[in-house]
Write a protein that binds this ligand. Structure first.
Ligand SMILES: Cc1cc2nc3c(=O)[nH]c(=O)nc-3n(C[C@H](O)[C@H](O)[C@H](O)COP(=O)(O)OP(=O)(O)OC[C@H]3O[C@@H](n4cnc5c(N)ncnc54)[C@H](O)[C@@H]3O)c2cc1C
Ligand SMILES: NC(=O)c1ccc[n+]([C@@H]2O[C@H](COP(=O)([O-])OP(=O)(O)OC[C@H]3O[C@@H](n4cnc5c(N)ncnc54)[C@H](O)[C@@H]3O)[C@@H](O)[C@H]2O)c1
Length: 463
């Protein structure tokens, strides 16, 4: 370690000679760090928070553990008058949170042990660039030949008066108790998933979206069905509704909204931010390293190298790429960035056939193109749209909302898109993803033999 002075007056210790320094120990950052260390590179990684990132600690994994409680309640309700007595089954939120922590508490040490076991040097603190090839963490400068920015995303800043009263998704996933009334601002993944969990725990939930259609990246017919099922569950969905202010009252919070010029107030005990996320680049002092960026992240070329500083790469939610802010995308972008840095190549990530699931109950899924996108591209398509609610696998569990829409290219018989709403379809969508990735025809996919009776056995009929 050396001592020196940076551009400011502060004295720095300088730790030199990294091949790669990674900022952010989430899925993108740890994937790249492990891959480069495995090739013998000297790698450093830093996180301002415990290691693990959003998915494992504050997103996908804890969310889906909490959803399990809601799944059990919903499954029992669907079996009302079908052999399951409805006597007092309820969510014990505190115990469910303990179940969640049984998983999340072990993540940071496990992740850090894996990194150090692979020879990666781990640091804790906030990193900020001090030059094109150097950054600072708590008064120590680190120089490296390459940097990977993998700092994830944060809730989009909101501007209406009283926005400071909102809690974010991280706060929601750590609530010790659920209050009687929750309002969710924004009708996207977070609000729908959380409202579906909270309503099964007895919370009176309202989702407010300023657009006329929520979950815009999903098939509109299936979204319409999901809204109906959501409202049957007791969740109010207020569309084309703008939140104008949130005020603290003696008993809770008042959310004042405008719907087509009509103003009214919705009472709440908690208001949750579900209005989108932006790249988390604040505090990185990107200008010091001449790193171009926008709200979607660090400006990178197709091979994930920064367009204005060749030493810098970016991956995951912090990179402005065609990839959606999803865990599998963060992982494969981390791999591609690592490979390009290691080999000096310009490989680009393959974004085809990345499936997405909104983990409502039942779940909404998409892979490949939407019906209207096929139309816009001038493709001649066959749309195989089935109401699957009466099919055996849904009858068995008592689910009355289920639908499948498969988009097939008439010219080649190839599957271009699959849109599924129904219990267990979150697993089925992966098979359609593989079919699209491999360019399979509907005839080839139909030739699959599935176990019976299983949800996979419905696949042939969906085609
Ligand atoms: C509530 C919620 C639920 C989600 N559910 C799903 C799901 O079911 N499926 C799915 O595919 N995706 C889901 N996502 C999205 C998914 O979590 C993200 O796409 C993924 O975690 C992004 O990974 P990443 O490595 O890019 O960033 P992150 O995992 O966010 O890691 C970034 C890390 O960088 C650190 N950091 C930031 N700035 C600095 C700095 N200056 N210095 C040091 N460290 C810094 C942060 O502390 C953080 O640990 C969900 C997201 C949320 C919020
Ligand atoms: N299951 C999953 O894979 C999963 C789950 C949660 C989050 N995520 C990721 O995290 C990202 C962020 O999730 P999210 O739910 O916050 O965002 P989102 O982008 O899914 O949805 C945000 C919604 O809020 C609306 N909105 C924006 N500003 C508003 C305002 N001021 N008032 C009312 N409505 C407003 C938008 O119209 C949109 O419908 C997602 O895009 C997704 O990539 C994924």
């Amino acid at each position: 370690m050396l001592s020196g002075h940076s551009a400011g007056r502060k004295e720095f210790h300088v730790n030199e000679d990294y091949d790669l320094f990674v900022i952010g120990a989430g899925m993108a950052g740890t994937t790249a760090a492990n891959k480069c260390a495995a090739q013998g590179w000297r790698v450093g990684i830093v996180d301002a928070l415990p290691y693990g990132g959003t998915c494992a600690l504050r997103g996908c994994d804890p969310k889906k553990i909490l959803r399990r409680g809601a799944e059990v309640i919903d499954a029992a309700r669907l079996m009302q008058d079908k052999g399951i007595a409805q006597n007092g089954l309820s969510i014990d939120w505190a115990a469910l949170m303990r179940h969640k922590r049984g998983f999340t508490d072990a993540v940071p040490q496990g992740m850090e042990d894996e990194l150090t076991g692979n020879g990666v040097m781990t640091f804790h603190g906030s990193a900020r660039f001090t030059g094109p090839n150097q950054l600072e963490i708590d008064g120590t400068e680190h120089r490296a030949k390459h940097f990977l920015i993998a700092t994830g995303a944060r809730p989009r800043p909101l501007s209406f008066p009283g926005h400071e009263h909102l809690i974010d998704s991280t706060d929601f996933l750590n609530l010790d108790a659920l209050p009687p009334r929750i309002v969710f601002i924004g009708g996207g993944f977070i609000s729908f998933e959380f409202a579906h969990i909270a309503s099964r725990a007895g919370v009176d939930c309202v989702i407010i979206d300023h657009g006329d259609r929520p979950l815009r990246e999903f098939d509109p017919d299936l979204v319409e069905l999901l809204i109906q099922r959501t409202e049957q569950t007791g969740i109010r969905v207020q569309l084309a509704t703008t939140t104008t202010r949130v005020t603290r009252t003696a008993t809770g919070l008042d959310v004042t909204v405008d719907q087509g010029g009509k103003t009214f107030t919705i009472g709440a005990d908690l208001v949750v931010h579900g209005a989108g996320r932006v790249a988390n680049l604040d505090g990185l002092n990107l200008d010091a390293a001449n790193i171009a960026s926008g709200p979607r992240g660090v400006t990178v070329a197709g091979h994930l190298q920064c367009t204005t500083n060749p030493a810098v790469y970016a991956a995951g939610d912090a990179a402005d790429t065609p990839g959606k802010p999803l865990t599998p995308v963060a992982v494969f972008e981390g791999k591609v960035a690592a490979s390009n840095m290691l080999k000096g190549t310009t490989t680009t990530p393959d974004y085809t056939a990345v499936p997405t699931t909104v983990f409502t109950i039942p779940e909404l899924n998409r892979v490949g193109i939407l019906e209207h996108e096929a139309g816009n591209s001038g493709l001649d398509i066959d749309v195989r749209h089935n109401d699957t609610s009466g099919w055996y696998s849904n009858y068995r569990v008592g689910e009355t909302t289920a639908s499948a829409k498969i988009i097939i290219d008439k010219a080649t018989d190839r599957i271009l898109g699959a849109h599924l709403l129904g219990p267990g379809y979150g697993e089925l969508i992966n098979i359609f993803g593989l079919a699209i990735k491999l360019g399979l025809t509907s005839r080839q996919l139909k030739s699959m033999t599935a176990t019976y009776p299983s949800i996979g056995a419905d696949l042939g009929s969906m085609l």
